[in-house]
Design a protein around this ligand. Sequence first.
Ligand SMILES: *Cc1c(COP(=O)(O)O)cnc(C)c1O
Length: 414
Amino acid sequence: MNTTATPATTEQKAVQSFGPIPYGRQHITEEDIKAVTETLLSDYLTQGPKIKEFEEAFAKYIGCKYAVAVANGTAALHLNALALGVQPGDKVITTPITFAASANCVRYCGGDVVFADIDPDTYLLDINKVRALLEAAPKGTYKGIIPVDFAGRTVDLEAFRKLADEFGCWIIQDSCHSPGGYFTDSKGNKQFCGNGNFADLAIFSFHPVKHIACGEGGMMTTNNEQLYKTLLQLRTHGITKEQGTYINDISFAAGQPTDGEQYPGWYMEMQTLGYNYRITDFQAALGLSQLKRADAGLVRRRAIAAKYAAAFAGKNYIKGQSGSVEGHGYHLYVIEADNRLGLYNYLREHNIFAQVHYIPTHLMPYYKQFGWKEGDMPIAENYYRHCLSLPMFPTLTNAEQEYVIATINSFYNQ
Ligand SMILES: *Cc1c(COP(=O)(O)O)cnc(C)c1O
């Protein structure tokens, strides 16, 4: 067997010194590991004190009143749709450029998803397209709107709230890409994603590619106490330990206490059809530990974005997501590129694993059965033909980023 290696080219040497560079990567520290192992050795594996602690710390971080942790972001979306009462046949508007779960939550409840096209500059749900839909139908036709802080760029929810109020719609903000992101409202105040000032409910994901990793995990946030209580129940089988209105019908289960007496310790009521969408205590411990580094991660993400924006400024073969934007959470750094497939393959050959976000949801086979087809969302479809997410994660080194930029420029012979 010939064991003589062929001499590496300069480029291959560079690759070897970096290893594969993914588009996103979680970061687990010794402190994170300690937090998890401590919880594993505690009395609780699920629904222990770490969950409450995580919820409170997260609510404080984004500035909302209530936060409820769940098993994942998709479960969070499902419970949001249930809490807002989505029924079979209800129409809800969302963007085609998002992870499919943003739309699927409506389907879980039997509702109909209506897609509206994106803004070509921000890649976010275009409010004018949403308005056009709402104005073209009798009032009450649409029940809600699900805008997504795509890539980490925050939706102007002040504008969406005004529109939603005009037409009696609720808003679920899908903030999976943007914990810590914000937009500036008309009074000049920073409005953090999911802070509950405009949206009825918001959700986050703690999947490892997102900013905060729990393995699997999600969070629902709101300022509405009634919705908060509903979410708490739905998370755990629709069960409450508070004595409800049906107490007289099942008082035998409680040992028939008379008025004013204490109900026994085992007492609980299943008041509605809920689920088991709980997160575990050790996942919450990991989230809590990661949350401490969330701001540092955001600072680093924004610095990486600024560097990409500067590197590609004036290059006619690349269009960035409007350069570097204030308040952007930069979950992704998306470019629109000439010959995207060629660039994608070339980067892979050079050990750089860029990704495409997203194939438009309305073109998924599942959604095509409802009549959605190519040509329905021309701006989203054109965006999809060119988009590419470049490596973006806090531990990406300057040298790695420079290598990514140099490789892209070399693809275009620059
Ligand atoms: C990740 C993601 C979800 C779903 O979150 P999971 O935790 O993976 O279930 C929903 N919406 C968007 C925009 C996402 O990026």
